[in-house]
Design a protein around this ligand. Sequence first.
Ligand code: HEM
Length: 461
Amino acid sequence: MANLNVADIQGFVLRGYNFPFARYLLLELDGPQAGRDFIGQVIPHITTGQRWDNGKPQSTVNIGFTHKGLVRLGLPDATLLSFPVEFFQGMKGRKEILCDTGRNACENWDEVWRKDVVHVWLGVNALTPAALDDRCAQMERILQQTGGARLQQAQDAKAVFIDGKATSKEHFGYTDGFGNPDFDGPERHSQPGQGKLTKEGNWVPLATGEFILGYPDEAGELPVAPVPHLLSNNGTFMVYRKLHENVAAFRGYVDEQSSQYAGGKEKFAAKMVGRWRDGTPLESSPDAADPALAADPQRNVKFTYGHDPDGARCPLGAHIRRANPRDSAGFNGQLVNRRRITRRGLPYGEYAPEGAPVRDEDERGVIFMVLNASIFRQFEFVHQQWIEYGNDAHQGSDKDALLGNHDGKGRFLIQGSTDPLNPPFVCARLPQFVELRGGDYFFVPSLTALRLIAGNSVDPR
Ligand code: HEM
């Protein structure tokens, strides 16, 4: 257990809140002084990593800044220049690495992201819509009182509700939110399957420095971080991507292809992701969903791919196998341990149950957020090498079936076995199921850093 100052770390860095409602306020900062006044007033509202001994609060508030935002706040040049280059360039500037071309190109993003006006991400989560509105109204009053920033867009997000209950489903119908790395944090019990594998085959938490600046990482080094250390320690970096889901195209493709596939529709859908739609890992239960297994935290992320080198149970190109290859990437897992990402975020748009009319143009998808100490080494590597390129998964130039920038030319191979209900199967002409609608890279400072910024006392010397 690491000795972390949880009151200094923003809460969502340490845990997923699991609130059903969220609004991401995308703000453009005004001049430096008014911007700093705004931050000064927001600080008392920021949710930290302190325990919720009296139960969950009604709502939470967290904050992050783009590099342009930090420039607008008047941080010293020596500090601004000390940030990692990918953060300085921002997501738009990294389009080649991320393969954000074609339908994912910036010309197709929401206007707010095209215009480069998002300096601050203010993330509000809440238990109810009323609590969300209250907290956002409070934030807007601070905006008005200080004149420090303008609201450019309010992005709503919410859990998919089925029969009146919030679920962890996303719009393609899969249960999401199982796999997130355990790292050495405050009093966290680790869950088997979430951290790293020891040589003896036990799961232990990853080093804190993979996710929080100022602590040793898996290489035993301090992550690259801006100066002064008071500004970077206990902070991290966040990737925000608004991912539109073409639900009609996805359902149409699954129906069409699975009609030729002997394993049937649900197995076909499971092969694409590596989990049955209820979350049962295909690797642990290749022939059928197992609701008891899916619901058991001791088992639902505890699996490896080492005994399935040919992808007979879980295809080599399935989404979760590509995004976290676990033990199958060699080097005793050490390569994978340095490529883990913490996922946050929620779906947006109205859920259309299977069978209900859907159109690809309808506004629905996932606000996908990633936390990591190095956007370059962690998120960008996963996205470029494992999602958009297929080599590491022995899939040639095949991209991730679910996420790849396919544009009608994608391919996905289901390896299969000699079992007649588990045959090899080739999917061709994959349309693009997920399209990028914008986003950026954010620095998520500690509370100490926020006070330094608000007080104009960031001193890199
Ligand atoms: C609309 C977009 C996306 C959808 C619908 C989606 C869907 C899913 C689903 C259903 C799971 C299985 C649940 C779980 O294991 O937690 C999953 C896991 C995961 N996804 Fe995605 N995903 C999306 C985007 C992405 C992106 C862009 C990345 C990374 C660049 C990513 C990385 C991961 C990782 C790391 C896991 C956990 C794998 C594990 O630890 O076993 N996903 N995703």
